[in-house]
Ligand binder design. Structure first.
Ligand code: OAD
Length: 256
């Protein structure tokens, strides 16, 4: 009901968001692939989301990797290449500045591209790991390692035992690191919770904004398309993160 009312506001949505953020001390932001779209990294769902007709759910699983590690690695190598060529966009830059602006700020991201950190964002909680980390599939005891070789074509190997290595990301059916989940839920006690660039279909990230709102936060969504959470936020702004966030920041700056 409140979201429906939000679309009838007399003030424009960016101004409304700036008013709420201007009065906020604790801000939590939840992001997904859409915030990196303007950096040239394809989203998982929607236009351009499919890779060779595979859905992400059919590639990003341990079972898919066990069945066909070459295809899964090809997909990750393709994404790694796109990410290696990418730089943070205006959405990442605004959020990085906001991470310094508020008394408490947490950014929970499902993205594995590292662009929030590259933009300088403080207090990033990664739900799905990093595409630049690798892990031994035999679990030989070697700690996860960094591998920035985006051009890698063959199956990478564990440097300690020689077993096939897998991407250090969280796949469907796998547990998100408990520290990340804890940090995210702790951050839901906030004044404003803003969710941007996610289709909000993958749990538990999809449930965070609703939980923040239940705890009293003002909930804002930025997405050019409607998602399952659109009807349950206070203010749904239909637009691109890299444009809407800049507009909100302009209005915040005017207010000082
Ligand atoms: P999706 O690809 O599911 O959703 C991207 C969302 O971004 C869509 O709702 C788009 O409408 C929106 N979008 C596109 N361009 C945008 C823009 N410029 N500004 C704002 N929004 C824009 O990506 P996620 O929700 O991040 O997990 O996907 C969640 C998880 O599913 C991913 O972390 C990944 C995937 O499979 C794993 O790999 C485990």
């Amino acid at each position: 009901m409140r979201a429906a009312a939000a679309t009838r506001l007399r003030t424009d949505p960016a101004t409304r968001a700036a008013e709420k953020l201007g009065a906020a001390r604790r801000v939590t932001v939840i992001t997904g692939a859409g915030v990196s779209a303007a950096s040239g990294i394809p989203t998982f769902r929607g236009a351009g989301g499919l890779w060779k007709n595979h859905r992400p759910e059919s590639l990003a699983t341990a079972a898919a990797f066990a069945r066909d590690p070459v295809t899964v690695w090809e997909w990750y190598a393709w994404r790694r290449q796109r990410i290696a060529e990418a730089t943070p966009n205006a959405a990442h830059a605004v959020l990085a500045r906001w991470s310094q602006r508020f008394e408490a700020f947490t950014l929970v991201t499902q993205n594995v591209d590292g662009l929030h950190e590259q933009a300088g964002t403080k207090n990033v909680v990664r739900f799905h790991g990093s595409i630049w980390r690798l892990r031994c599939t035999r679990r030989c005891g070697a700690p996860e390692w960094e591998d920035r070789n985006a051009a890698q074509r063959t199956l990478p190997r564990c440097e300690t035992c020689g077993a096939v290595a897998r991407p250090g990301v969280v796949w469907f059916g796998e547990e998100i690191p408990s520290e990340a989940v804890q940090a995210a839920f702790d951050a839901l006690d906030c004044d404003v919770c803003l969710v941007a660039g996610t289709s909000s279909v993958v749990t538990p990230a999809a449930g965070l904004v609703g939980e923040a709102r239940r705890r009293g936060a003002y909930a804002i969504e930025i997405n050019p398309e409607a998602t399952p959470v659109t009807g349950g936020v206070d203010l749904a702004i239909a637009g691109r993160a890299e444009e809407v966030l800049v507009e909100i920041e302009k209005r915040l700056s005017v207010k000082g």
